[in-house]
Design a protein around this ligand. Structure first.
Ligand code: SF4
Ligand code: FES
Length: 236
């Protein structure tokens, strides 16, 4: 009997938080949710980058599955029922954010920290856990400050350096509590083969890698009330 070629449907229909939505064949749950305006926290994934699935901030519950699934690297299938907002999913997302926050430096390096954004969104306040031992700051590079005490080891910088720019300067070394981001053979960044392309700075969600001239920039505690200033041309 001749083989029958099955035509794959172009889109997949699945249920997310009680709503039926459609996803393209190559869309992950996270991507489809985002397109539909459903926000699921995510840190080790960012648009345009290969998903790595290491932070687990994006977990969702899929009906019939025992464990929560990382939505950044799971593809929906026809008829799947998923919840990103039920108690179990949110509790787990919040726990991940709290654990990551517990490792954050006292100094807030970036005003645009994605970790802070998601923590505020999910109402994660002061972490209950102790911080791990943090690596020293590395200010050896003239253009990029390395503040690994704000690193959540999401490896976005590694993928940016290796897979986007194909420079392969940044790596992830050691194990367990000693694991950390390194440059070449754990050299100071300024002595490494870094070409200062800035891709890692763009990729970093916490300010652990940032432009050297922006370190220490804070929200101003005083501002000028321009309306109270006398305009010179009005006086003379
Ligand atoms: S330096 Fe930034 S991008 Fe790299 S692993 Fe740490 S937090 Fe992620
Ligand atoms: S964003 Fe999905 S595991 Fe990190």
């Amino acid at each position: 009997m001749a083989a029958v070629n099955k035509i794959q449907p172009q889109t997949i229909s699945f249920n997310l938080n009680g709503q039926t939505i459609e996803a393209a064949q190559d869309e992950t749950i996270l991507q489809a949710a985002k397109r539909e305006g459903v926000e699921i926290p995510h840190l080790c994934y960012t648009d345009g980058m290969r998903a790595d699935g290491n932070c687990r901030a994006c977990v969702v519950e899929i009906d019939g599955e025992r464990t929560l699934a990382p939505s950044c690297c799971r593809y929906p299938t026809e008829g799947m029922t998923i919840s990103s907002e039920n108690e179990r999913s949110v509790k787990s997302q919040k726990m991940v954010l709290e654990l990551l926050q517990s490792d954050m430096a006292e100094t807030q390096y970036s005003l645009n920290s994605e970790l802070d954004y998601w923590s505020q969104k999910l109402d994660v306040s002061k972490p209950r856990f102790e911080s791990r031992h943090q690596p020293q700051l590395d200010v050896s590079h003239p253009a990029i400050a390395v503040n690994l005490d704000a690193c959540i080891q999401c490896t976005r910088c590694v993928r940016a350096c290796r897979e986007v720019q194909v420079n392969d300067v940044i790596g992830y070394a050691h194990r367990g509590g000693h694991s950390k981001i390194v440059f070449d053979l754990d050299d100071p960044m300024g002595d490494s083969t870094c070409v200062a392309c800035g891709e890692c700075v763009q990729a970093c969600p916490t300010g652990a890698l940032m432009p050297a001239n922006e370190v220490g920039l804070k929200e101003p505690d005083k501002t000028v009330d321009w309306s109270a200033l006398i305009v010179v041309s009005d006086v003379y």
